[in-house]
Design a protein around this ligand. Structure first.
Ligand SMILES: Cc1cc2nc3c(=O)[nH]c(=O)nc-3n(C[C@H](O)[C@H](O)[C@H](O)COP(=O)(O)OP(=O)(O)OC[C@H]3O[C@@H](n4cnc5c(N)ncnc54)[C@H](O)[C@@H]3O)c2cc1C
Length: 406
């Protein structure tokens, strides 16, 4: 019988677990322990609308303060959990406070992968982008005419590049892989984003390794040196080279950890009283250990945690989706493109809109929709319904996708 739920974390997954528990009618205590100083907020706008100044801090928050009181969620901010006593079923905080649980949820997320200190990763003006203080610190230094170098051409790096470019900065993106978005998207999508950035004056250097960041006398970044000897002077550096799941707490407690906290399809860790969800968790998806870094996954997996705490024995069957906003381009992704071997390009109905469909053989896996919301909505439905969309159908521009999706 679960009467006390403790949730470690203070973001999308943590709040969604608390919310879903109450929606399921859970009447016991819910304690949320977050190391952050701010009430839980949305992370995606940090490199989009919040960074451009279009979204206020109030709107960024996932729930207003009243909500925690009304829902009887005991939220402790500035509270870092440093240990789990599995025998006593208690978590221990940095201040040596103890919170007892019947069910514990680890929603500890991830942190930005830093550039090693030996190559200048700790110099002043070298920033990563993961949380609100990161965004605020970066925004305070973004100014017209300054030179920004973004290391890493993934979504977060490219979003930061777009926001900086909109503010009038001279931006260079340096990507070590043969192309930007190499890990997450097809060549066609990367080509579209490269052209978009170059069209806004951003310089995109692919297949380019950095040697180090050189500092000035004040200990701030002054130039990014490439391994071919080129030196790129800069005022600001953003490092966007991926994330590292926060799994140390689980590891310290002797739970199974791979590249993330290992859970089963019920979101249970190797201790049946402890669940994990969101960016920190690695779970079986199509028979492969998988970690998804998205709001969709944080929310939907949190729903599975809440259902299983309530004894519903529900398995996670993810239907991934994701988005990115850069300049006036809205990318919407449905599905998961792992294992694709071909991409079919299909223009959308609106001018300039296009979608890139991923297939493994004849099996439809995923789609990147560029300013093509209609195709995105239809594709999500096709994927959810498991309909057999083929490459030939997509390649035929007269094929009625809408009718097929219905
Ligand atoms: C700049 C940016 C842009 C993004 N854009 C998109 C997007 O467009 N679309 C999309 O789908 N996803 C996007 N993401 C990813 C998305 O935000 C994450 O997938 C999501 O935040 C994961 O939620 P989470 O709750 O699992 O983890 P996190 O958001 O990482 O939250 C983990 C929380 O746990 C806290 N915590 C960790 N350890 C402890 C501890 N020991 N004690 C107490 N508290 C602890 C952390 O401080 C944090 O508050 C973006 C992320 C970033 C950073």
């Amino acid at each position: 019988m679960v009467e006390r739920v403790v949730i470690v974390g203070g973001s999308h997954a943590a709040v969604a677990v608390a919310d879903d528990l109450r929606k399921h009618g859970f009447g016991g205590s819910i304690t949320l322990l977050s190391e952050e100083t701010t009430l839980p907020y949305q992370r995606p706008p940090l490199s989009k609308a919040y960074m451009s100044g279009e979204m206020s801090l109030e709107r960024l928050k996932l729930r207003p303060e009243d909500w925690y009181r009304d829902q009887k969620i005991d939220a402790h901010l500035s509270t870092r959990v440093i240990g789990i006593d599995r025998q006593a079923k208690e978590v221990v905080t940095e201040d040596d406070a103890r919170f007892g649980y019947d069910a514990l949820v680890l929603a500890t997320g991830a942190h930005a992968r830093p550039l090693p200190a030996e190559i200048g990763g700790r110099l002043g003006n070298v920033h990563t982008m993961r949380d609100l203080p990161d965004a605020d610190a970066l925004m305070a230094k973004m100014a017209d005419g300054k030179r920004l170098i973004v290391i890493g051409g993934g979504y977060i790096g490219l979003e930061a590049a777009a926001e900086a470019s909109k503010k009038g900065m001279a931006v260079t993106v340096v990507e070590a892989a043969p192309r930007i978005l190499q890990r997450v998207a097809c060549r066609e999508t990367a080509d579209a984003f490269r052209a978009l950035h170059e069209g806004h004056g951003v310089s995109v250097l692919e297949n380019t390794q950095i040697a180090r960041i050189a500092g000035n006398a004040d200990g701030a970044a002054a130039a990014v040196e490439l391994d071919d000897g080129t030196s790129l002077p800069c005022d600001l550096v953003v490092v966007g080279i991926g994330i590292v799941p926060n799994a140390a707490l689980a590891e310290g407690a002797g739970l199974d950890v791979a590249v993330g906290i290992s859970i089963d399809d019920r979101a249970r860790t190797s201790d049946p009283a402890i669940f994990a969800c969101g960016d920190c968790a690695i779970f079986p998806f199509n028979h492969m250990p998988t970690r998804l870094e998205s709001v969709q996954n944080a929310h939907d997996q949190a729903g599975i945690v809440a259902a299983n705490i309530m004894g519903h024995d529900k398995a996670y069957d993810p239907h991934p989706w994701f988005w990115s906003d850069q300049y006036d381009m809205k990318l919407q992704i449905a599905g998961f493109n792992r294992g694709y071997d071909r991409v079919v390009v299909r223009p959308g109905k609106r001018e300039g809109s296009v979608s890139h469909f991923y297939f493994a053989g004849e099996t439809f896996l995923a789609v990147d929709c560029l300013n093509d919301a209609a195709t995105y909505a239809m594709s999500r439905k096709i994927l959810a319904d498991g309909k057999a969309l083929t490459p030939d159908m997509v390649a035929d521009e007269t094929f009625d996708l809408r009718a097929f999706a219905k």
